[in-house]
Design a protein around this ligand. Structure first.
Ligand code: ADP
Ligand code: MG
Length: 616
């Protein structure tokens, strides 16, 4: 078109599109759920705007918050239309091509090293998956604040935008027209589309309609010479005549006719509002997948579905994902990365409320729907609402309970607990699940201990580690305490860079000989952790490489200290300039003659190393 304005795709976007176009990826189905998910987001946005601006919704058909899918077999066009918020000209330019999303380069990188295209939605570039099936795409859009525009591109490095003077006015919303490639003809079959919506988009909260052909039974008078011959009559059945029938009544016959009408493909049940007893595991898993935009085969590790009553009422559904998201600990303290969607009375409000869950629980996915929060205020005001504090508190509790249960159900955990045979077999499929959780999200639990003083003890219960007696398995503090030696007061631990290094440590000699168990902390975050975790169940933690290690009474020690006083005094003086605090006789060693120990309140040598690595 002559009047069209031309634009270049931002370089990174262009690379992404090349990858998609040339992809041999076999599961091309994903484009549909990405488009439906975008349509749903756009509908959420206009519904939210309508809360404070009644006019925004419009009238008549425009006000119908729905998604429509239409097929044009002749021209090989598949179109998906929504009555969502729409895009202004500027939105079209920015959102669909000139400004790369933060996830774009991360995704490009992933794809170059054999990443899974299936995860495209998680990186915020789902739209471009249309080029898996189409070689030419038109996006017609009408926003309340602008005229109707058409964005179009053949994915050849550029796109064009024109004011729309030829299509039917949309009222408001967006219609995406995919000119399908020859290899993608299967997406012109109604059956295929119905299956895909059922599979991936069942839990979309707006009606999804397909303009579908349907066979209907029509009664027509039998005696009349079929004047509707032209109609696609496929089958005719004479209605049975009964003796008693009145002669005057004209005979009728049933004719099958093909018509086209809008067929609803999803039932929009809000899973979180249903009774947990009536939701199947399968449904939870499917709902998780659509929520997380993760359509792999993995089920979520676990979930918690509950309602809170009292002053603040809400329903919530929390999931532990099967794997940690790719960017979980990236810019942990700066990013505002909540995975919780907040609804108020079924109206989606935001998924950017960073205050619903603490950062360390940001790996959880889920939904909170509250009846108590007000609907007609801005996001900012809602963010300040006092109920949010209560919601947050309850969510944390439930989340920690859910994680604790993961451990309790795992037969590898608490292996010393008595169990009946029935319990054992029921638990068999849960075997190893907590170790799996720990591998993916253990660091989050540690960050929780550091950040959340209120729940420190609950979190400490979830802590796992290896020890001098764990034999490669994971141990909990409760398990450690259950096998502490009689007379042992403190919980012993040692920090370092690896288990192998720690096993050789001279600090362990005497402890091992005396059969004490020592916890190995080998993660850099453990050093910070232990500055916050002072005690557990009335037991203090003792770093065995630090001053203050007490291994019961040793009557000889006092005498030894006396007789070696001259030596230790001399030694202290000799090393004074090296920054040594004191030189002491101790009973902590066995083979090694002497060792450098850190003072009680100083950094361990491991911590020194970590700090040095960080300042470099
Ligand atoms: P994401 O949905 O994760 O933001 P996408 O690549 O799927 O990433 O979409 C990019 C952007 O394009 C969206 O954020 C939105 O602003 C805009 N967009 C896409 N589809 C629609 C639509 N149907 N209606 C309104 N805006 C849309
Ligand atoms: Mg999207």
């Amino acid at each position: 078109r002559n009047s069209a304005e031309k634009f270049e795709f931002q370089a990174e976007v262009s690379r992404l599109m090349d990858i998609i176009i040339n992809s041999l990826y076999s599961n091309k189905d994903i484009f549909l759920r990405e488009l439906i998910s975008n349509a749903s987001d756009a509908l959420d946005k206009i519904r939210f705007l309508t809360l404070t601006d009644k006019e925004a919704l419009g009238e008549g058909d425009t006000a119908k918050l729905e998604i429509q899918i239409k097929l044009d077999k002749e021209n090989k066009i598949l179109s998906i239309r929504d009555r969502g918020v729409g895009m202004t000209k500027e939105d079209l330019i920015k959102n669909l091509g000139t400004i790369a999303k933060s996830g774009t380069s991360a995704f490009v990188e992933k794809m170059q090293t054999g990443g899974d295209l299936n995860l495209i939605g998680q990186f915020g570039v789902g739209f471009y998956s249309v080029y898996l099936v189409a070689d030419y795409v038109e996006v017609v859009s009408k926003h309340n604040d602008d005229k109707q525009y058409v964005w179009e591109s053949k994915a050849d490095g550029s796109f064009a935008i024109s004011e729309d003077t030829w299509n039917e006015p949309l009222g408001r919303g967006t219609e995406i027209k995919l000119h399908l490639r020859d290899e993608a003809k299967e997406y012109l079959e109604e059956g295929k589309l119905k299956d895909l919506v059922k599979k991936y988009s069942e839990f979309i909260n707006f009606p999804i309609y397909l303009w579908a052909t349907k066979e209907v039974d029509v009664e027509v008078p039998a005696d009349e010479e079929s004047s509707e011959e032209e109609e696609s009559t496929t089958e005719t059945t004479e209605e049975e005549e009964t003796e008693d029938d009145e002669e005057k009544k004209p005979k009728t016959k049933t004719v099958k006719e093909t018509t086209t009408e809008w067929e609803l493909l999803n039932d929009m049940k809000a899973v979180w509002l249903r009774n947990p007893k009536e939701v199947t595991e399968e449904e939870y898993a499917k709902f998780y997948h659509s929520l997380a935009k993760d359509f792999g085969d993995d089920k979520p590790m676990t979930w918690s579905h509950f309602s809170a009553e009292g002053d603040v009422e809400f329903k919530a559904l929390l999931f532990v994902p099967p794997k940690a998201p790719h960017d979980l600990y990236e810019s942990y303290y700066n990013a505002n990365k909540s995975n919780l969607k907040l609804y108020v009375r079924r109206v989606f409000i935001s998924d950017e409320f960073d205050d619903l869950l603490p950062k360390y629980l940001s790996f959880l996915m889920g939904i909170v729907d509250s009846d108590t929060l007000p609907l007609n205020v801005s996001r900012e005001m809602l963010q300040q609402h006092s109920s949010l504090k209560t919601i947050k508190k309850k969510l944390i509790r439930k989340a920690l309970d859910m994680i604790r249960k993961l451990a309790e159900e795992d037969p590898d955990e608490y292996s010393n607990k008595e169990k009946t045979d029935d319990e054992k077999s029921a638990m068999e499929e849960k075997k190893g699940q907590y170790a799996k959780f720990w591998n993916e999200f253990g660091k989050s639990v540690k960050l929780g201990i550091i950040e959340d003083a209120t729940n420190r003890n609950r979190l400490a219960k979830l802590l796992r580690f290896e020890s001098s007696k764990s034999d490669g398995k994971l141990v909990s503090l409760d398990e450690y305490i259950s096998r502490m030696k009689s007379g042992q007061k403190d919980i012993f631990y040692l920090t370092g860079s690896s288990k192998e290094q720690l096993e050789k440590s001279p600090f362990l000699e005497q402890l091992t000989k005396k059969n004490y168990e020592v916890i190995y902390f080998t993660d850099p975050v453990d050093e910070y952790l232990m500055q916050y975790l002072m005690d557990y169940e009335d037991k203090k933690f003792q770093n065995v490489s630090k001053e203050g290690l007490k291994l019961g009474k040793d009557s000889k020690l006092k005498d030894l200290k006396e007789s070696f006083k001259e030596l230790t005094d001399w030694w202290k003086k000799a090393l004074d300039t090296e920054g040594i605090d004191s030189v002491k006789i101790s009973n902590r060693l066995h083979n090694t003659p002497c060792v450098v120990v850190t003072s009680k309140y100083g950094w361990s040598s491991n911590m020194e190393k970590i700090m040095q690595a960080q300042t470099l």
